[in-house]
Design a protein around this ligand. Structure first.
Ligand code: DP6
Length: 339
């Protein structure tokens, strides 16, 4: 992580570190936009290789309240972070600001918002001197970005859809700790550009216009059940199969939207083909893709080098990041705000 200078005094700021996660059964669609409640449950793997740290301190009288890699973020992303910091501080709480650094490309379909909003939540609560349960921390992070609810925990994690109107039962819980089942996840980067369609806008558009969205909602509980069982049995081939099918069903909803939403580039498709060819050769590897062009490939750690070599040789793949199953939220400075 680059050592950018944060504009905060050490004794009046807190720093938290969180890791990105990749959904194996995806969150796609909301049941409540204001509280950021999901239309479906989801299951993810927290990644040790993709890390964000957030420093939270008092908001300066002038200047940005959100710095990313030392640069002010304005526009929609800046306003979203300002609103989230206000929510965490509460109506008459102090005005907060945050400075965030990530060790991977932000806004390029690598779940940066998951790591960033999770880290900001923990750092802000620490600074505010609050103590909450991990479930409550997850529910707060969810209101910054849905996938951030899952980065609170390491390993394999489920974010529950919940049924309560106030969202009190929509938070994540851990299925397996990161050291309970070693897994590898390779990310084939096919573009470092900002996403064409932010997840938030894309899922709203798909839910409103895609005739396949109803089918997506209907199939999700079966995938969640099957994924829980496959994880309990440590059955990697079954986990991979469900993840691949779930990802393709999510992307199919986009293809049927009006106008269509397609996240893939030719390199994305070539990487998917390469993963299928690996499987034909007897290597256990399965892909998943989020709201961007990068291809994430799940495999056993013993196969990770062979899979990485294969992905690097795919035309259009710029580089390959390697992750394992990662840990949950941690404080780097300040008191631990969870109990
Ligand atoms: C395709 O969590 O970024 O990566 O809640 O609107 O901030 P907001 O959306 P976000 O969506 C992630 C969508 C996904 C699937 C997933 O991570 O489950």
């Amino acid at each position: 992580m680059s050592g950018g200078v944060t504009p905060f005094d050490a004794d009046e700021s807190a720093i938290a570190v969180a890791h990105a996660n990749v959904a194996l059964v995806k969150y796609w669609g909301k049941r409540d936009e204001r509280l950021n409640l999901p239309a479906v449950g989801s299951i993810s793997l927290t990644l040790d290789g993709l890390r964000a740290s957030a420093t939270v301190g008092p908001r300066p009288d002038s200047g940005a309240c959100f710095l990313q890699d030392g640069r002010p973020v304005d526009g929609v992303a800046g306003r979203r972070m300002a609103g989230f910091l206000d929510l965490l501080a509460g109506g008459d709480g102090p005005k907060l600001a945050t400075s965030v650094e990530a060790n991977f490309p932000v806004g390029a379909g690598l779940a940066s918002s998951a790591a960033i909003f999770c880290a900001v939540t923990a750092a802000a609560l620490s600074l505010l001197g609050r103590h909450v349960s991990l479930a409550h921390l997850s529910a707060l992070a969810r209101q910054g970005s849905g996938s951030a609810s899952r980065s609170v925990y390491g390993g394999l994690v489920e974010w529950h859809r919940g049924v309560a109107d106030d969202g009190s039962d929509s938070y994540a819980t851990q299925i397996l700790r990161h050291d309970e089942w070693p897994l590898a996840l390779l990310v084939a980067i096919t573009s470092e550009d900002m996403k064409k369609h932010p997840s938030r806008d894309a899922m709203r558009h798909v839910a409103a216009t895609s005739p396949l969205y109803a089918g997506w909602l209907e199939a999700q509980d079966d995938d969640l059940r099957a994924m829980r069982a496959a994880i309990a049995a440590r059955d990697l081939a079954e986990v991979g199969r469900i993840a691949e099918e779930n990802c393709l069903r999510m992307h199919a909803t986009g293809l049927a939207a009006r106008p269509p939403v397609l996240f893939w580039t030719p390199a994305t498709v070539a990487a998917m083909d390469a993963v299928r060819a690996l499987r034909d050769d007897g290597v256990g590897a399965w892909f998943t893709i989020d709201a961007g062009p990068q291809v994430k490939v799940l495999c056993h750690p013993d196969d990770a080098e062979a899979v990485a070599r294969c992905l690097r040789s795919v035309p259009g793949v710029l580089r390959v990041l390697r992750s394992g199953s990662g840990p949950g939220i941690a404080m780097q400075r300040g008191s631990v705000p969870w109990t």
